[in-house]
Design a binder for this molecule. Sequence first.
Ligand code: ZN
Length: 327
Amino acid sequence: MKTLEQVRATLTPYPIEVEFPDIRPWQEGNCGVDYVHSFDSGLAGPHVMVMALTHGNEVSGAIALDRLLKDEVRPVRGRLTLAFGNVAAYHAFDPDDIDATRYLDEDMNRVWLPSKLDGPEDSIELRRARELRPIVDTVDLLLDIHSMHEEAPPIMMCGAQTKGMDFAATLGVPRTVAADAGHPNGRRLRDYQDFADPLSQKNALLIETGQHFSQRSCEVAMDVTARFLVTTGVVEPADMANYISTSAPQAQRFLQVTEPVVARSMEFAFVEDFRGLELIGEAGSVLAWDGDQAVVTPYDDCVLVQPSLRHLGNGVTVVRLARVVER
Ligand SMILES: [Zn+2]
């Protein structure tokens, strides 16, 4: 049987194109929680939060927030909170083992269930989520910044509700928006409580900016964050002009994630070097082999969402499948 190390050795390594910012100057926040900076304009408006580092090795969001904090960006309406999530994992980053610090004890993007947060379990990530929770509880509009194992175009994950897709459409970037219900093994921050309640005005988006360590991914993080802040109304568009990309947004394409493909062995292998957002025309096309079992596309025009074998294991989701939908 292949080991994960053997599988990873066959995958394309990506260079670390970006510098990891020193975020220690931001440790002492201004609202009682380390690495959380919250600014109230004193005027009516939503509480808007941008979260970086929900996954410790996903640096693009940290670079964007570091820049906004250095530039002393402040809200003109409502309240703006800039937060670094899994800082313990970020500080443990090892350039020789780039996948190891997604989290330390458990995935911080699977703990956002009240029963879990209130429960008896303990982990580095649960402790951090519990610290952040009182602030998250007051947030109206959230952007959670992530990046991907493979270099691929960015995707906005807008959750399962229509309000999430509407919000992503108002933002206008990136080109691809994917609706999905999250993962069966826990709850994401973007799906926490009212964010996932169709009757609530609260809303959340999760941006996957591109490959973890690419320059392009950082540019996407900055552009999407700035457009998000403008869309929420907490900042003036003119104050974001330096951060917004000059290239015009492309018409958006909306996807509905229908199902995960779950590996059942360490022999799982894709038939091509898929990176993400490939569209496969014909139903029944072979995507991968899991040992001697063919994995085929279940419908025509099937889109691959974040294929990756970097965390391969029995029971691990290695790609999700999506249909193109009309809005
Ligand atoms: Zn992530």
